[in-house]
Design a protein around this ligand. Structure first.
Ligand code: F6R
Length: 261
């Protein structure tokens, strides 16, 4: 894991966007794994600004959303299909036909999740997976005790996750109880991952992910396993990291040839 601690939320978005930009510049047909929620909005805004400036082109890239709610209509403004369209596809100029979201409205959920996994495999796998982390340590909606081998499937949202996401809905009771999410095994298959976290509410989850034991109780700790995981956090989210000074020192002394920013 590479841990990058930066000043504030804006800087988290800017630095993580540079990482993603470096992948798309190397391979314009890159396959992106797309998180939703508040955490990655700075990444998408930063990438969109570079697209608008003519510095980046996502026209040939493709994408797979990390997750989707079950039980709300496609056109609901908080369905992740709507969020991905609004926050990612349009501002980045992606080809909508190359961006998929798990089908939370499918009458046959079992078939839909198998189909989603097959589509990822057919695309050659995910080149870079963008992630946030929940206050309880979830990544995607792989709530605590999710199997590290899990694939895309239906999950029940933890009560804390529903409470955290109530801010996106008019009434907390409207937050769906279920979702489809890429599994931890799906996420671990990505060629590389970049996870962003901002704010003190994420400090404990970030510490568990980076320095805690590898444990299904903190699904984010699965990111100790892949060869390439970049974690970009602000000072508040880094507050519980025991080795924060070491990560700062490592980043400050990173060889020039390894830098992406
Ligand atoms: C979103 C997702 C979730 C969020 C997490 C943090 O697609 O899979 O894991 O990344 O719940 O949410 P925010 O960013 O809203 O704090």
């Amino acid at each position: 894991m590479e841990i990058i601690i930066v000043r504030d939320a804006d800087e988290v978005g800017r630095v993580a966007a540079l990482k993603i930009a470096s992948v798309v510049q190397r391979d314009p047909e890159a396959v992106l794994g797309l998180a939703t929620g508040s955490s990655p909005t700075g990444i998408y805004a930063s990438l969109a600004a570079r697209v608008a400036a003519g510095e980046l082109d996502f026209g040939r890239a493709s994408g797979f959303a990390l997750d989707e709610y079950v039980g709300i209509p496609l056109e609901h403004p908080e369905s992740y299909a709507s969020v991905i369209e609004r926050d990612v596809v349009v501002p980045l100029g992606m080809d909508a036909s190359k961006v998929r979201v798990p089908d939370g409205r499918a009458s046959d959920i079992e078939a839909a999740v198998v189909d989603y996994e097959r589509a990822i495999a057919d695309a050659g796998g995910i080149d870079i997976q963008i992630l946030g982390i929940g206050a309880n340590g979830h990544i995607g909606f792989n709530e605590p005790t999710s199997s590290f081998a899990s694939r895309t499937r239906i999950k029940t949202l933890a009560p804390q996750t529903r409470a955290d996401n109530a801010r996106f809905f008019d009434d907390p009771s409207q937050v769906p109880t279920h979702c489809l999410t890429q599994g931890l095994g799906t996420i671990l298959d990505a060629h590389e991952v970049v996870l962003v976290a901002q704010g003190s509410a994420k400090a404990s989850a970030v510490a568990g992910m980076v320095e805690g034991p590898l444990s299904a109780m903190c699904p984010g700790s699965a990111l100790q396993l892949p060869r390439r995981a970049t974690i970009v956090v602000d000072e508040a989210a880094a507050a519980d990291l025991q080795l924060a000074d070491y990560y700062r020192y490592t980043y400050a002394n990173k060889p020039v040839w390894q830098r992406f920013e």
